[in-house]
Design a protein around this ligand. Structure first.
Ligand SMILES: O=C(O)c1cc(=O)[nH]c(=O)n1[C@@H]1O[C@H](COP(=O)(O)O)[C@@H](O)[C@H]1O
Length: 240
């Protein structure tokens, strides 16, 4: 079975992304396309990745008034990717509009809708001091997750540290997709709520998103295999 690990293709051009996949023998692995690459290459890149049998998470994090998100989602639905996302902070009505847009256009293959709860680059201090949200971050994430479910999302994007609690609240098929993943010893960069693939497995995350720990290292294939191995064998590597 293909491991549920999306490699974040945070490259500037299609050629760089395809070259990366080819050079490292990563054909057919699940990939995430975010704003850096999509704003440059657009839908034709998605077609190319689909032809190459990649599952695709199109991560554009929509956050706007409900009508705009509704219309935008209709266009994204036509790309027939596997996952798309919005910011839960846009509110219930916006998420309902997103879901409606996806349903109006697709017949059969509706992309699953994810809602970003709190970015993994946000920590407790930033939540309190910059966003003026005066609550423990895991409570905020859980509360946004409940809102997301009411708004028709199929799951949330959260950190590994909230995944288990979310699994306890919802049915098994409400998904948790967790970025902020690092292999032991790697730099955290701008990420704050960080965990290894092994911890993600222990905390019952459904999917992992891994970028720089695979894409920016000397031997990406080896890093990818290490992540898969941790995921499969529940190794006990930890990270602070
Ligand atoms: O929605 C996302 O994919 C996302 C949400 C979030 O809270 N944090 C987060 O890092 N991401 C994305 O996941 C990827 C993480 O990349 P690395 O930090 O390089 O592993 C980036 O493409 C981010 O845009």
């Amino acid at each position: 079975m293909t491991p549920p690990i999306f490699i974040a293709l945070d490259f500037t051009t299609e050629e760089e992304a395809i070259h990366f996949l080819d050079r490292n023998g990563l054909n057919g692995v699940p990939v995430k396309v975010g704003m850096q690459l999509f704003y440059r290459e657009g839908p034709k890149l998605i077609e190319r990745l689909k032809e190459r049998d990649h599952s695709i998470f199109l991560d554009l994090k929509l956050h706007d008034i409900p009508n705009t998100v509704h219309q935008a989602m209709k266009n994204l639905a036509r790309l027939e990717v596997d996952f798309v996302n919005v910011h839960a902070a846009g509110g219930r009505r916006m998420m309902e509009a997103a879901r409606q847009g996806l349903e109006e256009v697709t017949n059969g293959h509706r992309p699953r809708l994810l809602a970003v709860t709190q970015l993994t680059s946000t920590d407790q201090d930033m939540l309190n001091q910059e966003l003026l949200i005066d609550k423990p971050i895991d409570d905020v994430v859980k509360s946004y997750a409940k809102l997301a479910q009411k708004g028709g999302a199929d799951g949330v994007v959260c950190s590994v540290y909230e995944a288990e609690q979310i699994k306890q609240i919802f049915e098994d098929d409400f998904l948790t997709v967790t970025p902020g993943i690092r292999l032991l010893g790697d730099e955290n960069h701008d990420q704050k709520r960080v965990a290894t693939p092994a911890i993600a497995k222990q905390k019952q995350a459904d999917y992992l998103v891994i970028g720089r720990s695979i894409t920016k290292v000397k031997n990406p294939k080896q890093a990818y295999n290490r992540a898969v191995k941790e995921w499969n064998h529940e190794s006990s590597e930890t990270i602070n």
